[in-house]
Design a protein around this ligand. Structure first.
Ligand code: CA
Length: 233
């Protein structure tokens, strides 16, 4: 692939081994990719859940959240971004688990950089258009690159957490999300069922959204929240 076609292609590498990370990042950047690095599971999730990527290279064994769990969570957000597993595990059953969880491809360590490159190229070649860096539902729109949110064309002044919370709700519009699931996705921590952090953030988000229209973030008693317009119900 010419550097022209790799230019601006966003690749996220989630890998805790510094040596492998350096080798892959330097190589990809030399090829013209916009390659970024997350060194652990939590950081990987933070970047996966809030930014748009063209390809994700995911290590299986990671501190914090392991690669398989990350992949499952990522697919649960309806993301279609291609994922390549990078791992020392080469047993057939592991490969199957990875592919079943939604990985497009699988590369066993140690691998040759040329092979990684060929796989990235093959997956990005299939991109007919640039993947969405925007989320929208009804009159609410999010620009994930610029971290900008609007409702009815009016800019919403959101904190980083409120933005992530809105992105999670919007990605799952129409589906009821449990407090635990939202909490895990936004704060990357297990929900203790006591903290009112989520309720406070939902309150703030509602206040800002409802300055420009009717309620969108609805409480589902005893369960959690759902992002829905009245006419969607
Ligand atoms: Ca690892």
């Amino acid at each position: 692939m010419s550097k022209l076609s790799s230019a601006g292609v966003r690749v996220l590498l989630v890998e805790d081994e510094a040596e492998i990370a350096d080798f892959v990042l330097v190589g990809l950047r030399e090829e013209g990719y916009a390659a970024e690095h997350a060194a652990g599971g939590a950081e990987g999730w933070a970047r996966l859940s809030t930014e748009a990527w063209d390809v994700v290279l995911l290590d299986w064994w990671l501190p914090g959240i392991d690669g398989l769990t990350l992949l499952r969570r990522f697919r649960a957000t309806n993301s279609t971004t291609p994922v390549i597993f990078l791992t020392a595990r080469d047993a057939v059953s592991d490969r199957v688990r990875g592919l079943d969880a939604g990985a497009e491809d699988y590369l066993c360590k140690p691998f040759a950089f040329e092979e990684l490159l060929a796989r990235v190229r093959s997956l990005t070649r299939r991109l007919d258009r640039r993947p969405a860096t925007a989320l929208a539902h009804g009159d609410v729109a999010l620009d994930l690159d610029a971290q900008r949110a609007t409702r009815a064309g009016k800019r919403l002044d959101l904190t980083a957490k409120e933005f992530t919370l809105l992105a999670v709700l919007l990605r799952n519009a129409g589906a009821v999300l449990s407090r635990a699931r939202i909490y895990e996705q936004v704060w990357d921590e297990e929900y203790d069922g006591l903290s009112n952090t989520l309720a406070v953030h939902v309150g703030e988000l509602r206040r800002k959204l409802e300055a420009h229209g009717p309620r969108l973030v609805h409480t589902v008693r005893g369960t959690g929240y759902v992002f829905r317009r009245d006419q969607d119900a």
